[in-house]
Design a binder for this molecule. Sequence first.
Ligand code: PXG
Length: 290
Amino acid sequence: MELEVYIDGKWYPKSEARISVFDHGLLYGDGAFEGIRSYNGLVFKLKEHLDRLFETAHTILLKIPLDRKELTEAILETLRRNRLRDAYIRVVVTRGVGDLGLDPTKCKRATVIIITDKIVLYSEELYKNGLEIITVPTVRNFPEAVNPALKSLNYLNNILAKIEANNAGVVEALLLNHQGYVAECTGDNVFMVKNGTLLTPPVYVGVLKGITREAIFGIAAKKKLPHEEKILTRHDLFNAEEVFLTGTAAEVIPVVKIDGRTIGTGKPGPTTRELMKAFHALTRTDGVRY
Ligand code: PXG
C-alpha cells in the first residue's frame, strides 16, 4: 500500500499528494516546519516539537488553522493510517495559497501538510566510526535577520553549507556565526567534551534550540555529567576530547575529524557512546502512544 499524506484535513496517496504552485511556502519559503520521529509506536517529544512549531508560527505571524489538540490527532491518525511504528514525521505549515507578490495578507488560510515516512541521513558505518566535517565559508544566518531559532521553510542558508561540504567531499558542514563562533551543522546541533564536561553553544549565538540537544542535557543531568552552554571557537573543537552532533534525523553521531584535525583519539569517545546508548533507550520508552 502506498503511504498517505495529510493535506488540510484529507489524506492522499503519496503519488497524488499535491499543493498549489501559488502556495507561498513554495513561492517564498514562507512557513514553518518540524521534523519529528516516532519509535516503536511512540512519538518522541511531541509536545516539545509542537511548542516550537507554534512559537515559530507566532513569531512569523502565521496562524495555524488547527489547535494543538487537532494537530496532534492529525499527526497520530496519519501514523496509524500508514501503519508506521518507526517513522520520520514532517509537519509543514505554509502561508497558504496567495497571489504573486510576497504580501502574506493575500493568503487566506495556511496549508497544513503531514508526511510520515522513513529518513536515513548517515550510514551505519559513520555512527560506528564517526564523521569527518569541515567548516564552510557560508556563515549561519544573523539572528537579527532570519533568526536560526526559527524552524522556518527558509533553509537556503543550511543548503548552501551542505553543498559546500559535499563539494569538499564530506557529508556535513560546520557553520560559524557572523562573529566566527561555532554555531551548528546544517541540521544538527554541535557538542564537545572537555575535561569530562559537555559543552554546546548557547542559542543566542544563532542556533536552533534543538529538541535532541535538550534531551542530551536532560540525560547528562540525570547521569550527573557536568554540562553547560558555552561560546565555542574552532580551536576549542579541535582540542576537544570528543565531538558529536545531535538532531531528530541524525540522533547522536560522533565526529572524529574537523578541518583535517583529528578529534581526541580519532575514534568515537566513551561519553559520546554512553550518550548514544542512553538516548536510544529514552526513545524506546518516552513518547505519545498511537
Ligand atoms: N539545527 C538545525 C538547523 C536543524 O534544522 C537541528 C539543529 C536539530 O534539532 P532537533 O530539534 O531535531 O534536535 C535541526 C533539526 C531533515 C531534518 O529533514 C532536519 C532536522 C530535523 C529533522 C529532519 O534533514 N533538523
